[in-house]
Design a protein around this ligand. Structure first.
Ligand SMILES: [Zn+2]
Length: 342
């Protein structure tokens, strides 16, 4: 019987979610706070500590064997720090050390949120059984992670697969990351809504100006709404084609709020891919909606710790062929040294 649990944290610009996850990817306990993204770093950490407090306060905590963190990027898994674009109070923020102040001696593993999504989709979702996949989230931002050669590929610092900040428009709008014409600057939910408004879309009586409202208008044939989704689809297709051409993937999994638009997004995306993914080895790329839903970040963060937890590792041996590359970004506590409290 598998009894070990993993504590998972999914830290984004909108919410901070935590959970205790079992070796089958089941969530036994969850906690959540809004991210005070405009506040100073310590205030943001306070929200993380509250989430962790709900987990550590549970009788289930005694079974926790590791902590997996998936954070909005960039992260630096090699140093245990994070600098999320949408959380300005955190720059090179020592998140792993701070989490350890709460969780004590458990090993802590940090990966980017896109890598976590890829780990989750590869473990239990739409990329299951695929050795080479790009898994994406299109939401407030655009993120992604890669599965290459059957393994999740976090890269040396945990950021590989950062497709949202590939430039697809050389002279395009400035992106908060400092570059121009990034995929995210065109295809994220807020940017889809902004473009639709610029093109003349007007929200309904509710005043809802989210990408979901634009999707509804696009479904009804509203030309500016359709045009904004087509532009987003084009940007996504160009980024996906670049990725597929570079590393050879056979499936693209897309989740997140904007992906819920369904055909409004996927139909023009598949059409645009035919324009950009032209070489023989990328022509048969499959694009499919994600299956993991809003828990993907938590399940993926838990998956990242798999090699540190015996029972979870056993679960993996029993049926999970993927997993984050062994040994990357593990933070076992060195008892000989005091913890760095920064
Ligand atoms: Zn960017």
């Amino acid at each position: 019987m598998h009894t070990d649990l993993v504590a998972a944290l999914d830290i984004g610009g909108t919410k901070i979610a935590g959970a205790l996850v079992d070796g089958g990817g089941g969530i036994l306990l969850r906690a959540q706070r809004p991210t005070p993204a405009r506040e100073d770093g310590d205030t943001v950490m306070g929200a993380v500590a509250e989430v962790l407090g709900e987990l550590t306060g549970s009788p289930l905590w005694a079974r926790a064997r590791a902590v997996g963190i998936g954070s909005a990027g960039p992260v630096d898994a090699s140093h245990g720090t994070v600098s999320p674009v949408n959380v300005p109070g955190w720059r090179d923020y020592p998140l792993v050390a701070r989490v350890r102040e709460v969780t004590g001696e458990l090993p802590v593993e940090l990966i980017g949120d896109g890598v976590a999504i890829a780990a989750a989709e590869h473990w239990q979702g739409a990329a299951r059984g695929h050795d080479n996949a790009l898994c994406m989230v299109v939401s407030t931002g655009v993120g992604g992670g890669l599965v290459l050669g059957g393994r999740v590929h976090p890269g040396p610092t945990g950021n590989a697969g950062h497709i949202g900040h590939i430039s697809v428009d050389l002279d395009g709008d400035l992106c908060p990351c400092g570059s121009r014409g990034c995929v995210e600057r065109i295809a994220s939910g807020p940017n889809i809504a902004r473009r639709a408004l610029d093109l003349g879309w007007r929200p309904g009586p509710s005043g809802d100006t989210t990408a979901a409202a634009v999707a509804e208008a696009a479904r009804a044939g509203d030309p500016p709404a359709v045009a904004s989704f087509e532009r987003a689809a084009q940007a996504l297709a160009a980024g996906i084609a670049a990725t597929a051409t570079l590393v050879e993937i056979d499936i693209v999994v897309i989740g997140g709020g904007v992906a819920k638009a369904g055909d409004v997004l996927f139909v023009p995306l598949r059409r645009a891919l035919r324009d950009y993914a032209t070489l023989s080895f990328v022509q048969h790329l499959t694009v499919t909606p994600a299956l993991m839903g809003t828990d993907a970040g938590l399940v993926g963060a838990a998956a990242a710790t798999v090699h540190t937890v015996p029972d979870v590792a056993a679960a993996r041996a029993a049926g999970w062929s993927g997993g984050v590359r062994h040994g990357i970004a593990a933070f076992p506590v060195d008892r000989a040294k005091p913890l760095d409290m920064g």
